[in-house]
Structures are given as C-alpha cells and as structure tokens.
Design a protein around this ligand. Structure first.
Ligand code: NDP
Length: 332
C-alpha cells in the first residue's frame, strides 16, 4: 500500500456539518499564499456520513485506504441539543466513542502525520473556576445533562496522549466555544441560541407575532463565527505542535449579551414588531468565559499575522443571509 506520507490529501470528517462546510468555504475562497488557503498540490476531501459511517471501523478503514490522507481534521460527532443529550446519554457516549476510536486507530494504522480532533467547552467540569483554560478539562465531573457526550469527547484527549506516548503519533485537539454561521442547524427543537433566535425572529416577522426571547437577555457568551473557526483549525493543522488541546475562541472581553444577539438579529432581519423577554424561562449561567490567551500567544510566536475575528454584526448578517436564502420555511 501507498504510505500515507506520500499523499497530499487532507481528509475532513464531518465535512458536511456546520464547521466542515465553513472549512470547505475557507479552503476554496482564501488564496494559496494566505495562511489559510489551499496550498499547491493539496487535495482536501470532505466526508459526510453518507460516504462512511465512522462508527464502523471497517468502513472507516475502507474510506481512509481510498484517500490515504496525510492529515485529518476530525469533526464528525453526534451532536445535539439539551433534550436529545438528556434522553440519550448512552447513544451520545457510544456513537462518539466509536467514531473517535475508528478515526484515531485507522489514522494510526496508516500513519497519518497529524490528526486534529474537536472537543467543546461544554465538556469542562460543572464546578470549575473561570475563565476556562486548557488544563482544566479533567478536573471534575461534566454537567450531568450531557455527561455521555462530554466523557466521550474528553477521552479524545486521553487517546491522543496514549497514541503519542506509545507510538509518537501527532494527534491533538481543539476546544471551540459556541459556533454559529451559514449551514447551521435551524431546527427550533434542537438549535443553539443564535440559529434558534434567527428562526424565531423570522417566524415572528412572517406571522406578525412578537419576537419572544427566552430569559432576561443578560447572560454573556463567547460566540465564534464558523469561518473564523475554520481558519483557526487550519492554523492548528499547520502550526500547532502540542498534543494537549487548545481553546479556539474570541477574547474574554468579546463576550456578547444575549440581548445584543437578539438586537443584531432584529436589525439583520429588519424586524419591526414587538420584542418580549420571557423571564419565566431560565437564563442559564450568567457567564462561562474561556481564555484564548494560549492561542494568541502561540499565534504570535509562530509569526502568524494578528488574527482578525469577523465583527459579530457582520458574521451575524452573513448567517441571516444564508438562512433567508437557503432555509426551507421550517422544514429542517
Ligand atoms: P454538525 O452536527 O453540523 O455536523 C456533524 C457532522 O458529523 C456531519 O458532517 C455529520 O455527517 C457527521 N457525522 C455524524 N455522525 C456520523 C457518523 N456516524 N459517521 C460519519 N459522520 C458522521 O456539527 P458541527 O459542525 O456543529 O460540529 C463539528 C464539531 O465541532 C463536532 O465535533 C462538535 O462536537 C464540535 N463542536 C461544535 C460546536 C457548535 O457550537 N456547533 C461547539 C463546540 C464543538 P452528515 O451530516 O452527513 O450526517
């Protein structure tokens, strides 16, 4: 068989998802001389679950042998909202364990040079001191609402260290904060806060009803635009040398109150009706900031030009534009 080191393929699992489609966009739109563009000779392959069910290691072997990737960005995961997680802990645990095991084991077998996998800030301990930093992931139990998903994700970091320790494999992981962008999940039952509010505002405008935002609008969150996250993934693939995870986030001072999110959506949607804050609904935690100081320090040291995050308003407008163009009136 051809050695993986001879190929120039970068394989992206979960290539059809929110983050995967942003990676495809960045690779296709950035120029080859930019840090984030597709380099000469590189071939990027974006996998979806229809080509391979990564829970099955035989199917995974087959598809990895077909493409012989030099490097892998592993995004595929079973992700879901609060209700889905709470009612199916075992499915979230097992599906993610199986996918991660197949991808890492097969990458090891065919000697992939680097794998970058994806954790999430929700895998941090429930009881933790803020801001979140990389070394706090394993310091206590995750929140009980998604313990299946969280433990499977945390294990990626353990697997990465075990493969490195025993075989020298260069497997690492990143921890993004809340992602939003074109191609998001806009299903009202399972959507995250931004796509959920975009959808609700769209329906309020269409039905001439009030735009109801759950909670007081006061909690603060760090949001990362999927296309910014995609660029940071490419930086990690090219420049980051550690096995330990790295948080990919805007700065702590760039937290946004939910009220500001709602206002930006109202503006982007050109919604003129009444807005209500339903304070009978829980606010959740007031803030859960993550530090991006490791990222900024290492980017600087690697000689990468200062990273400009897309202004929140612009990113939101682009997401709303995508929703209005692509959304099939609530079918998704
Ligand atoms: P999406 O739900 O948008 O996409 C999930 C991807 O995984 C899809 O491409 C899907 O393929 C694929 N997938 C799911 N099950 C399987 C399977 N059994 N075999 C093969 N592929 C499968 O997720 P995101 O893009 O939002 O998330 C990407 C990564 O980022 C995940 O690892 C997630 O945990 C992480 N993350 C996401 C955050 C967010 O706010 N969205 C925050 C922090 C981390 P298909 O669609 O073809 O079925």
């Amino acid at each position: 068989p051809v050695s993986a080191t001879q190929s120039n393929v970068i394989l992206v699992t979960g290539g059809s998802g929110l983050v995967g489609s942003a990676l495809r966009y960045v690779v296709e739109h950035e120029t080859a001389d930019s840090t984030y563009g597709k380099r000469k000779g590189e071939e990027w392959i974006f996998l979806s679950s229809s080509e391979c069910d990564l829970r099955d290691i035989q199917q995974t072997r087959k598809v990895f042998n077909k493409y012989r990737p030099k490097e892998v960005i592993h995004l595929a995961a079973r992700v879901g909202g609060l209700f889905a997680n709470m009612s199916s802990q075992q499915t979230f645990l097992r599906d993610n364990l199986l996918m991660n095991d197949s991808v890492l084991q097969v990458s090891h077998e065919i000697r992939v040079k680097k794998v970058v996998s994806c954790l999430s800030t929700c895998v941090f301990p429930d009881q933790v001191t803020y801001p979140l930093t990389e070394e706090k992931i394993h310091l206590g139990q995750p929140h009980s609402s998604n313990f299946g998903y969280s433990h499977a994700k945390r294990l990626i970091d353990i697997q990465n260290h075990a493969y490195h320790d025993q075989f020298g494999d260069q497997f690492t992981s990143v921890i993004p904060t809340n992602v939003f962008g074109p191609g998001d999940n806009y299903n009202l039952q399972s959507a995250h806060v931004i796509p959920g509010l975009i959808h609700k505002c769209y329906l309020a405008k269409k039905n001439q009803t009030p735009f109801v935002v759950f909670g007081s609008g006061k909690p603060l969150r760090q949001f990362i635009y999927s296309r910014d996250l995609a660029k940071l993934f490419i930086w990690v693939l090219r420049e980051y040398k550690e096995i330990d995870p790295i948080i990919l986030s805007v700065a702590e001072e760039d937290e946004v109150p939910i009220k500001e999110v709602a206002n930006a959506i109202i503006e982007a949607m050109n919604f003129r009706g009444p807005v209500e804050y339903d304070t009978s609904k829980a606010d959740g935690q007031y803030r859960k900031p993550a530090s991006n100081s490791k990222l900024t320090k290492l980017m600087k040291e690697s000689g990468t030009k200062h990273f400009e995050f897309t202004p929140f308003k612009t990113a939101l407008e682009e997401s709303v534009e995508w929703f209005l163009e692509s959304y099939d009136n609530g079918a998704r």
